[in-house]
Design a binder for this molecule. Structure first.
Ligand code: FAD
Length: 446
């Protein structure tokens, strides 16, 4: 088993680095201080991708020292419930943990929470936190995810009542402020904004969604899906301002009171939720001279321009086999998990490359949307079933080949479409539209 960084054993040192002050005190008192923060593999970012990388490394039988460094205070947890069951108060945070605390201890994966890496020195293989303390690594896996994009119309920082939905802390604060809020403006009609709108409407709030594009979910779905979701939300009481830009946030006594739209209208708001995407968290790698653009460029092995640094998950810019080899970032649990496994295999010497078929899901009200594949650049589409019945699918084709499918309350279509897309099948539009014909029957046999 490859152990990329040879340094004395750290066994028995536990989790001393939880608090910087505590670490400093320990270091002063310790004669083994030089050994405190050295990892054969340091993973920066303890979200889905980072946690899965650590799990996969141990799963591969890797015995070196693994440090899982994250700036959040919590144990690694799953994010999707943040805009769904957790926001609704239906799922306790403990049930969102990716693993119990004992799991990490038993596998000797050292968690370093509340630790933000500010600088990377790729030459000396060192990471530096906000206090300038260093952590040495043999190999580095960067899994920093992304930061919520801020409103382009000026700073929202000065006002309370303005929320992102990215972290446990974000939603804890949002939930605290919900009780006193009636009117909520959601900026952004993508997955997260719409999921939040569904939950908040169900909680009895008056929700208005502002979206710059002419339709909802425009980046990820075709028009029939957008129209279906618009009708679903309107029926539940959500209001929309589509094709509308925000101008600025309005506040009073340091609290947000409204959102001014570029058309001049002011939407009153007790709370504002900003759901306009993320900016990849990659600055330390960029500053270290690693090749970055709108993400950290990685090859099919999830390796960056530095052979000892890997990048995975939301922040990894890669050539995707299912996007006509376009360079993209994927923001999904599937991508985070599958990239983590590839990086772990490559580091432990098992040949692997990333070519997993992308898939996603979104829950709004009682409707589950499941997407297989990537629809970007599609030139034809066909519906299976009728949106009016609340259960239908939309297949996307490119040059006759099925490249993606959105399944709305049709889980069997989702599962079978994955096989169809992987088989690079070219079924006829008529066959795809026939709901009596299971999609699996369209998979070529040869
Ligand atoms: C509200 C919400 C709902 C979602 N719903 C779905 C869904 O239904 N289906 C789906 O497929 N996907 C969903 N996603 C997307 C999915 O959660 C992400 O794709 C996934 O979490 C990406 O994992 P990651 O590890 O790359 O990034 P993250 O999970 O964001 O983890 C990155 C971690 O790195 C930390 N970090 C960043 N920079 C540093 C640094 N310099 N030092 C230390 N730590 C750092 C961050 O704080 C964070 O904890 C959702 C995301 C959100 C926010």
């Amino acid at each position: 088993m490859e152990t990329p960084f040879a340094a004395p054993s750290l066994s028995g040192l536990g989790q001393e680095r939880r608090l910087t002050a505590r670490t400093r005190a320990k270091r002063e008192a310790s004669t083994i201080s030089a050994e405190l923060d050295q990892f054969d593999i340091a993973i920066v970012g303890a979200g889905h991708a980072g946690a899965q990388a650590a799990i996969a490394l141990r799963g591969q039988g890797y015995e070196g020292r693994i440090g899982l460094i994250g700036d959040e205070p919590d144990l690694p947890y799953e994010r999707p419930p943040l805009s769904k069951e957790y926001l609704a108060g239906e799922k306790p945070f403990e049930r969102m943990l990716l693993r119990k605390e004992s799991f990490w201890e038993e596998r000797d994966i050292r968690l370093l929470p509340s630790t933000r890496i500010e600088r990377v020195d790729a030459r000396t293989h060192e990471l530096f936190d906000a206090e300038g303390e260093s952590i040495r690594y043999g190999k580095l896996i960067w899994a920093g995810g992304g930061e919520p994009r801020r409103m382009p119309c000026g700073s929202d920082a000065g006002l309370s009542g303005v929320h992102a939905i990215r972290t446990h802390a974000d939603v804890q604060l949002l939930r605290k402020e919900l009780a006193a809020a009636d009117r909520i403006v959601v900026v952004g009609g993508g997955y997260i904004g719409l999921e939040a709108a569904a939950v908040l409407t169900r909680l009895g709030k008056h929700v208005t969604v502002v979206e710059a594009a002419t339709r909802l979910l425009s980046r990820v779905c075709g028009a029939p899906i957008s129209d279906f979701y618009e009708r679903l939300h309107r029926a539940a009481g959500v209001e929309f301002r589509l094709n509308t830009m925000t101008d600025c946030l309005e506040g009073e006594d340091h609290h947000v009171r409204g959102v001014r739209l570029s058309c001049g209208e002011s939407l009153p708001a007790d709370l504002v939720i900003i759901g306009i995407g993320i900016v990849p968290s990659i600055e330390p790698l960029t500053a270290a001279g690693i090749d970055t653009a709108n993400g950290v460029r990685v090859d099919a092995q999830c390796r960056t321009s530095d052979p000892d640094i890997f990048a995975i998950g939301d922040c990894a810019l890669h050539v995707n086999a299912w996007a006509d080899s376009a360079e993209i970032r994927l923001e999904s649990v599937q991508n985070a998990n599958d990239m983590a496994k590839v990086a772990a295999q490559v580091i432990t010497g098992t040949p692997a490359h990333y070519d997993a078929l992308p898939w996603f899901w979104s829950n709004q009200y009682d409707v589950k949307l499941q997407t297989a594949g990537l629809s970007m650049g599609y030139d034809d589409h066909v519906l299976r079933g009728s949106p009016d019945e609340g259960s239908f699918s939309m297949a996307y084709l490119k040059a006759g080949r099925i490249v993606a499918l959105d399944a709305v309350n049709r889980p069997a279509d989702f599962v079978q479409a994955q096989k169809l897309i992987r088989a690079r099948a070219s079924p006829s539009l008529a066959a795809l539209a026939d709901i009596e014909m299971p999609l699996k029957t369209l998979i070529p046999t040869s």
